[in-house]
Design a protein around this ligand. Sequence first.
Ligand SMILES: C[S@@+](CC[C@H](N)C(=O)[O-])C[C@H]1O[C@@H](n2cnc3c(N)ncnc32)[C@H](O)[C@@H]1O
Length: 347
Amino acid sequence: MPIQPNFLERTAFFTLNAAPGPMLDLAGLLAYKAVNTAVELHLFTALVAQPASAAELAQRLEADERGVRALLRALLAIGYVVEENGRYHNSPMTDKWFVQSGVLDMNAALSVFNVFLHELWPHAAEVVRTGERPFNFYEFVYSDPELAHNFQQMMVGNANVVGAEVLKKLTVPAGVARLLDVGGGHGVFSVMLANAQPHLQATILDTAVALETAKHHISQHNLNGRIHLLPGDMWQMDWGEPYDLILLFNMVHHYDLDTNRKLLQKAYAALKPGGQVAIFDQIEGSVFGSGSNGIVQMLAFMFYLFANGRVYAADELMALLAEVGFKNQQITKMRLSPGSSLITAVK
Ligand SMILES: C[S@@+](CC[C@H](N)C(=O)[O-])C[C@H]1O[C@@H](n2cnc3c(N)ncnc32)[C@H](O)[C@@H]1O
């Protein structure tokens, strides 16, 4: 949980500007590093069996007692552990997002962001100055198997959180329908759709490395006969037979407007007449709440930094869809993923 100033402190920081607000951002960075250290030391896992004093925990972790004590006090201040009579246990927040991480695994997200912070963020000023990146984002992600795996796991978490809601809002044609999940990586959305629609045949297009995670989910759900894999570079390859539905989930934020035009043209060409394209992404303007807006704007800057991407306004995407030839554009805000919307359009 971020450091939360109380009422008087908020007045000093935010209303009177009498205390240095940027200190909170600095402390936020230190808080992130403290949590990351706990994850690396497996501290939260070590507290699952039973609460421990700093000395007992240091023994369990085979670590320096003073170090463990200092780390526990830092984690206590930001709500990751709770102290009772000198013994510490995980807070409900830690339990939910780090330990019982079946839905959204924050361990994977932290490990991915740790690599990004060390390897990509140091280029930020240079990228903003020149508009050029000395790296290709996906080549970077897929050059390291552990990072590639954790990246997909992080996206699985997001899909688990929003999947059911997205499914509810998406109209899948009845009967035998063909779905193409472009950049479908981990396969969770295709698996959910195939489970909900017994006649659906799905194809997931992504890089061979990303599809390793999809293979696992498809087998787990016994969907090998109904979900097919199309490994390769989506810009180079033919997307295959005419489809009824094409998913572009968390894709458009990676690209500039011209590249997205090409993406939508490829989708248009691969759809049957009457077929539907579905874009799920962060959409500027559909954000409710200053916390969500802060998260979306930080992500937007990161999308630019990593891949010349951005968060688009709904109007821009609607106009682009119309320009490519799509009709009947609809937008639905997602409740469970603040700032995200589902946009559909018909060929
Ligand atoms: C942000 S992830 C989104 C994954 C999934 N659609 C979701 O919403 O959770 C973007 C995906 O696009 C894939 N991708 C990016 N560039 C690609 C390319 N040139 N060819 C095929 N897949 C690509 C990545 O491998 C990654 O799995």
